[in-house]
Design a protein around this ligand. Structure first.
Ligand code: PEP
Ligand code: MN
Length: 341
């Protein structure tokens, strides 16, 4: 059920609808828009009778939602969601760029790369302190020590920190240190983790699982929003196919598909999407041309020594070029769209 308020509805009338929803034992999710407020309802096991709401003052209509997801849907919120982190708007008029090494390996390595990223004018810094590795014998990340190093990078260079939360046990710790909590591809359907980050007061970047459909991705985001955290950023990072020339197949067609169905911002990760540094710039260009709200890439000053994902890490000069090109391509696309409108 979706309640659409009249454009002239007062705050008191909105509050009254929220109270009716609470009184029925359900959870209301008010979403103010440019012209009107819509209110989503979760927690109801079955259909709700629209008669509960239709006669309330200020209500324009009560609509049954036929899609499996509600809060992520454009039906509920027509305007794009903008997630503000530090001085960056993700989903706004400029492309967001997130960059940094795959993992925090040491203070020296992290701070050197942070300085390179910051010198390119990029303020969203990524690096994993808790790493989801295929092999239990591979480098698993520095854990809390890694988070402390990230806090130092933030303080020294004025960065915001994007870092992965691997499980519910360490979620409190990651929430304390992160500016954006990343849920990795392997955890996209870890439902207890999704619920936990839904209760967090930090934005969440949700990466698409490597075999997840669009609906599965949106429903994973719905888990987070249903708990009350509306600051969700989706991330396409490639899916498994028969192709063996690339680590994953970067599915850029999901960008306009998400944008049609959802108000949430979507960024693209061409590093994990391709696995090789020479493919990262071409796919980053394509992602921006396809309408992505930003990109996330891995950067390393000594990729041959990296403890994870060295082959896909951009060298510093490649990263600088990527930043310039992403901005230039985004401007061209925005101008082209403005001419058509
Ligand atoms: C990462 O961003 O370093 C990562 C592990 O990504 P993914 O979950 O997409 O594999
Ligand atoms: Mn990585």
């Amino acid at each position: 059920m979706l309640i659409v308020m009249k454009p002239e509805a007062t705050a008191a009338q909105v509050e009254e609808v929220l109270n009716v929803i609470r009184g029925l034992g359900f959870k209301p999710h008010p979403m103010p828009g440019a012209t009107r407020t819509a209110i989503g309802i979760t927690g109801n096991p079955g259909a709700i009778d629209p008669a509960h709401f239709e006669m309330l003052p200020g209500v324009a209509e009560a609509i049954r939602v036929s899609k499996p997801y509600k809060l992520v849907s454009r039906d509920l919120k027509h305007d794009d969601t903008i997630v503000r982190v530090g001085d960056v708007d993700i989903g706004g008029t400029k492309p967001a760029i997130i960059a940094g090494p795959c993992a925090v390996e040491s203070a020296e390595q992290t701070l050197e790369i942070a300085q390179i990223v910051a010198a390119c004018g990029v303020t969203l810094f990524r690096a994993g302190a808790f790493k989801p590795r295929t092999s239990p014998y591979a480098f698993q990340g520095l854990g809390k020590e890694g988070l402390k190093i990230l806090a130092e990078a933030r303080a020294r260079f004025g960065l915001s920190i994007v870092t992965e939360v691997l499980d519910t046990e360490t979620a409190d710790l990651v929430e304390e240190y992160a500016d954006i909590m990343q849920v990795g591809a392997r955890n996209m359907q870890n439902f207890s983790l999704l619920r936990r980050v839904g209760q967090a007061r930090k934005p969440v970047m949700l990466k698409r699982g490597m075999s997840a459909t669009l609906d599965e991705l949106l429903l994973a985001a719905e888990y987070i929003m249903a708990e009350g955290n509306y600051n969700v950023i989706l991330c396409e990072r490639g899916v498994r196919t028969f192709a063996d020339h690339t680590r994953n197949t970067l599915d850029l067609s999901i960008v306009p598909a998400v944008q049609r169905r959802s108000h949430l911002p979507i960024i693209v990760d061409p590093s994990h999407g391709t696995g090789k540094r020479h493919k990262v710039l071409p796919l980053a260009r394509a992602a921006i041309a396809a309408g992505a709200d930003g990109i996330m890439v891995e950067v390393h000053n000594h990729p041959e020594q990296a403890l994870s994902d060295g082959p896909q890490a951009l060298l510093p000069e490649m990263f600088k070029q990527l930043v310039d090109e992403v901005k230039a391509i985004h401007r061209v696309i925005a101008d082209a769209e403005a001419k058509i409108v």
